[in-house]
Every structure is written in C-alpha cells, then in structure tokens.
Design a binder for this molecule. Structure first.
Ligand code: ADP
Length: 498
C-alpha cells in the first residue's frame, strides 16, 4: 500500500469523539479453541496428508499472527477427495433412507449449537469479524440451515410434487471468506438433504472453521466420504471445477472467478449455481422512520466490515431529507467501535486480508481522485493487523468507480433522487442485481419498488436479514440459482416428470 492509501485507512483525527461511551474491554476468551499446529485434508472421514506436500500458513488478520499450517491441495488430492465422495455416494448416502439422512443433519445442527462458542471464537480469530456477529449471526444461522434442510430430507416429493426428485451425485462446492461457516452450511445442508455427497473448498484465508467442522462430521458419525473438505487457493478450486467426475459446482465468490468457472463448465453438462458480487442500493424515502433507517444503513454497510456481497453499499436518499440523513448517519458512525474482533463491544473488526485492504484502499483513493467527498469518523485503528475506518462518500456521481464497483469493505457511496422512478433507474444502474433495501412507511410503495428493482432480494424497512427458509441469489452479474428455502434444494436434484 502507498503511504497515501495508508493514510486513507487510518486518517488521524484529533476531534473528540462526541457520543461514544467508554466501555471497559470485554474480550472473549480464546481458551475454548484448541488449534492444531497443522491440518491435513479431510477425505473419506479422516485427515490425510496432502499428496501435493504443499502447505501454507493461515493467520489472524487482526494481529497478523500465524494460527496454523494448512494443506494446499493439488490435482491428485482433489481427485482423491472426489473419489471418496463418489464411493460414499454409491455405497451409503444414496442408499440410506431419507429419514436417516435427516437424522444426521439434525445431529450436525445440534452439535453446532452445542459447540457454537468455540466456532464463533475461531471464526473471529481467523476471519477478523466481531465476535458479536459470529456469535449472534453466523453460528445461529449456520445451525438453523442444517435444522431447516434436515426437515426437507424426507419430504422431497412434497418440495417437488409429481417430479420424482433424484440426487445429482457429487457436488463440488467453493466458498468465500466473508462468512466461512455460514457459507459452508448454505452449501452442505441442502446438498446432503437431497442425497448428494460433497467436496467443499473453503477460501484460502479462512479455512479453520471448515476444518473444525470435520470434527462435527465425525461426531455426528456421518458415513465416511459424505463430506470431504479440502483446503487450498484458487488453483485447488479450479481443479475441483474441472474434475470430470463432479456432477455439480456451487460457487460463491467474485464475479470474475464466477465467469471463468462458467466458461470452464460450458458444454460439460455439469450443473452450476453462482452467487457472485453485488452493489446494492439502500433506498430511503422521505416518509421513512429515519432513526431506524440510519440503523439499517449502518447495518447494511458496516456489518462484517462491508465484506458482504449483498451489502447496502450505495445509499439512495430522497433529496428532501438528504441533509438530515447524512448528519444523523455521521453522528451514528462516530459511535461505532472499531478494534479487537474478540471484544464483545466491537462493532467493526479487522479487514480479512492484506490483499483486500489494498483493494479497498485503491477504490477509496479512486473516489477521492474522481471528486467525491470523503468522511471517516474519528477513530483509532490498531497498529498491527488490517484495518479500515468506516467511510462514507458524498457528492458521488453514478459513473464513479465507487458507485459502480464492488468494494467489499466498510465504504458507503451516497447518491440522491427526487422521484421513485429516478430511484429505480439509479438502483438498477449497475451490472449487479443481488439485493436492495427500501425504507418507507407506505406498503404500496414497497410493493411497487420491489416489483421494479432488479434484485434477487429486496428488504423492506430492514437490511441484511437472513432466514434459511428464504431464497437468496442474484440477477445479471450477481449470478444465478438460489440458496435457501425450497428453491435451494432445486440446485441439488434432478427432476423427472412423473
Ligand atoms: P475474492 O476475490 O473475494 O477472494 P474469489 O472469487 O477470488 O473471491 O474467491 C472465492 C473462492 O473461490 C475462494 O475459495 C477461492 O479460493 C476460489 N477461487 C479463486 N479462483 C478460483 C478459480 N479460478 N476456480 C475456482 N475457484 C477459485
């Protein structure tokens, strides 16, 4: 990072913090987590050494300290994992009764609940997200996903009446680093419920909760090979995508990699779902409950440091309330606590990696260069680790990169509108179409907006709210296919007409 960019991340500000309360430190203990020095690959129900013989170190981004060594799976390792998944599919998982499959999924859900503190602490250690979020969002939702799909496992005929649902076989699943365990749950739960076996690759920077999940798989006594977890970077992912014996690929990550995967799979007959980037509009009308809306704006963009594909990263405010909303937002930003992810009072944790910090810095710099006005609340960022202060840009033109490109950081770009038509026009004016938010007192306006917003998910008077029963997914360059709900099963079954 250049010096200028570093200053953007840590702008010194001597102004007193007006409304933040002084809280004593409230760190969650790391004791509950027992890390191994090194991890192998989880294949066929046990940890094995990587045939590639390659490893790398995974770190804690808040302190830039090593946590463990993990394997970088190569082509032969991927092949071994796929073979284990294929054997488990043929010999056990596709044969056992659906009600038995449900029992395993219920067991996994229960174990995740029982061990949730351990998982939450590890998630925050390896990913940098505040413990409050891992504890109250990631873990409960991950368990809820397994509970939800456990319920479907023996009711697939009701999910797809008269269509004779059949499993696909082996699913290759590739997930990102922003919600490591939750994305694992989104992928594994519906796949297993529908009778498939899986090979899952977590993101290179956040493999540890997926590796701890292997312990849960064993504890639940899942037949060996039903779930296989291989670690590694994009090369490992690419090997999994191109393996000839995989029937389906489910990918969550960047649009760029999603496009490459789609090119690789074209013509192969493999099934594919892609959940990619976003640049969501969070639209505030003048009749909205403004204090509530400001909470929604903050939650929309600063939750998980903005490392959220559906983040409300473009704020569209009705012109008549612009000044009020911006001043309320800035005041609220001054109360955000940035720092130690394991402190229970922390609102904004560490940026997930150096690479991501550099990307955020460079896009923020482009915003300044293009003429937008930047605001960051006075806050002290820790010396070590990767940090970026919550940022808001005003005076943003639609053509600016910060209004078009996904930043995947705690950076909000504000635009204004005068009429609902203008709001729609601007909201839909990006290559993405994953999510949107609408804040208004009028129910009829919510429905009218939701009809016209080109977004897979539209939240009304709330933001970033998730439920396993509710489908999630995008349009345009945000990808295709849905995860969650009955729709989420559809990607894991073949359907015949009865
Ligand atoms: P980000 O840019 O946010 O890190 P990526 O799309 O690069 O998102 O990463 C998401 C996931 O995709 C990670 O698990 C990563 O290792 C994997 N990945 C990266 N490149 C490829 C590729 N060419 N093929 C398959 N998977 C990949």
């Amino acid at each position: 990072m250049t010096k200028d960019r570093r200053e953007l991340a840590r702008r010194p500000d001597t102004a007193a913090i007006p409304t933040a309360w002084e809280y004593a430190p409230a760190p969650e203990s790391r004791e509950v987590v027992r890390l191994q020095d090194r991890y192998g690959l989880f294949i066929g129900g046990q940890f094995v050494e990587p045939l590639s013989n390659e490893r790398y170190t995974t770190i804690d981004p808040a302190h830039e300290e090593p946590l463990a060594e993990v394997a970088q799976a190569g082509k032969a390792d991927v092949d071994r994992a796929v073979k284990a998944a294929r054997a488990a599919y043929a010999e056990s998982w596709s044969r056992i009764r659906p009600s038995e499959r449900a029992k395993y999924l219920f067991r996994i859900a229960r174990i995740l609940q029982e061990r949730s503190r351990e998982f939450a602490v590890l998630e925050s250690m390896n990913g940098g997200k505040p413990i409050r979020e891992s504890r109250d969002v990631d873990l409960p939702l991950a368990a809820a996903h397994f509970f939800y799909y456990a319920g479907w496992a023996d009711k697939l005929e009701y999910a797809f009446p008269n269509r004779r649902p059949r499993p696909l076989g082996v699913a290759g699943q590739i997930i990102p680093w922003n919600f490591p365990l939750l994305m694992l749950a989104w992928k594994i739960a519906p796949a297993l419920a529908a009778g498939n076996t899986v090979v899952l690759k977590p993101a290179e920077t956040t493999p540890l909760t997926a590796l701890l999940f292997c312990d849960v798989v064993r504890q639940a006594e899942l037949p060996p090979g039903v779930v296989n977890i291989i670690t590694g970077d994009g090369h490992t992912g690419a090997e999994l995508v191109s393996h000839p014996d995989v029937n389906k690929i489910a990918f969550t990550g960047s649009t760029e990699v999603g496009k490459a995967i789609q090119r690789t799979l074209a013509g192969t007959g493999k099934r594919l779902t892609l959940e990619l980037g976003g640049k969501a509009a969070n639209i505030i009308f003048d009749d909205a409950p403004l204090d509530q809306a400001v909470e929604g704006i903050v939650n929309g963009i600063y939750f998980n440091q903005g490392h959220v594909c559906c983040a409300g990263s473009r704020l569209l405010v009705e012109e008549s309330i612009y000044e009020t909303v911006i001043s309320k937002l800035k005041r609220r930003m001054q109360t955000l606590r940035i720092g130690d992810p394991l402190d229970k009072n922390t609102d904004v944790g560490a940026i997930n990696s150096k690479q991501q910090l550099e990307k955020i810095g460079s896009l923020v710099q482009s915003g300044v260069d293009e003429g937008a006005e930047i605001y960051q609340p006075p806050c002290k960022l820790p010396e070590r680790g990767y940090w970026f202060a919550p940022t808001v840009f005003t005076n943003v033109a639609q053509s600016y990169r910060i209004a078009q490109e996904e930043i995947f950081g705690p950076v909000l770009s504000v635009l204004t509108f005068r009429t609902p038509d203008e709001a729609i026009e601007k909201a839909n004016n990006t290559p993405y179409g994953l999510s949107a938010g609408v804040w208004t007192e009028k129910g009829s306006r919510i429905l009218a907006m939701a009809q016209r917003l080109r977004a897979g998910v539209v939240w009304a008077n709330t933001y970033n709210r998730f439920d396993p029963a509710s489908p999630f997914g995008g349009y345009k360059e945000s990808g295709f296919g849905r995860e969650g709900g009955r729709h989420g099963l559809e990607s894991y079954v073949a359907l015949d007409d009865a």
